[in-house]
Write a new protein. Structure first.
Ligand code: 0L1
Ligand code: MG
Length: 262
């Protein structure tokens, strides 16, 4: 068994990508590496990104995780986090869930920004952040953890790129100035039954607060949010399991409706 003495950033990154590539879940890193801290966890996340890019993936944006109380309470982690999005995670609208590469997918509604300008922290506020947004979209993120039963601590889930799996965005891009995103309503249905409801305020009070948080957090790691990037601001509600053949629909007031499944 790998122990604190034998884990390294490189070994942990390789192990997490091995689990992803072989659809194998396993224990959280912190079971055998209890000293794993957040800085080291972000270095593992960055190393998994380096490996993804080395195998031909393209960096297309960032995702926030655990920005809503619903998600924090469910996952028993009380702090938001930031992770990477690559083109390999894009799910075209209407395409079936790529079950052949997922372990135990769950779907969650997201409010997504496409950036018109870059955003460099520190000191970014929600007001300055929203000015850099070109368009806002509805989204569904399909999360998938490399940890059995989604059992993890904050450093574990940071290292695991915030349970990234796949995501789809809606067809309707809106000018963020046209909508009150704090009041944007969201209804989640699973198998035709309403299972969750929320408004955009569930995400840090306003999704632009999450965007500012991402810019300021990335600045501490020497990165900025680039023009053209997509930013997923974090699950608005708890995620819904996607069993084989299951479908999840999210309906937003102004951003439209998306269904994933199959
Ligand atoms: O597995 C998880 O729930 C952690 C990732 C959270 C994603 C989100 O809150 O959008
Ligand atoms: Mg999410």
């Amino acid at each position: 068994m790998t122990t604190t003495a034998t884990w390294t950033v490189d070994r942990a990154a390789e192990e997490l990508l091995r689990r992803e590539d072989t659809r194998t879940d396993g224990p959280p890193l912190t079971d055998s590496w209890p000293e794993l801290d957040l800085d080291t966890a972000y270095r593992i996340q960055d190393e998994t990104l380096r490996l993804r890019l080395a195998r031909g993936e393209t960096l297309i944006g960032v995702k926030l995780g655990l920005t809503s109380r619903a998600k924090q309470q469910r996952m028993n982690v009380d702090s938001p986090l930031v992770a990477w999005l690559t083109d390999a995670m894009i799910l075209p609208a209407g395409a079936p869930v790529p079950r052949e590469r997922l372990i135990h997918p769950r779907a969650e509604p997201e409010i997504a920004f496409v950036m018109g300008r870059s955003l460099t922290g520190p000191g970014v506020t929600a007001a300055t952040a929203i000015c850099a947004v070109d368009q806002v979209f509805a989204g569904i993120e399909i999360i998938d953890s490399r940890y059995r039963d989604f059992r993890f601590t904050l450093p574990d889930v940071v290292a695991d790129n915030a349970s990234s799996g796949a995501f789809v965005t809606g067809a309707l891009g809106r000018d963020p100035g046209e909508l009150n995103l704090a009041l944007e309503g969201c209804v989640v249905e699973s198998g035709g039954t309403v299972v969750h409801t929320a408004t955009g305020a569930a995400v840090q009070g306003h999704p632009a607060e999450a965007l500012a948080l991402a810019a300021n957090t990335l600045a501490r790691r020497g990165h900025r949010i680039e023009a053209g990037w997509l930013v997923l601001t974090g699950g608005v509600t708890d995620a819904v399991p996607l069993p084989p053949g299951g479908y999840v629909t999210t309906e937003f007031t102004g951003l439209g409706r998306i269904t994933v499944g199959g």
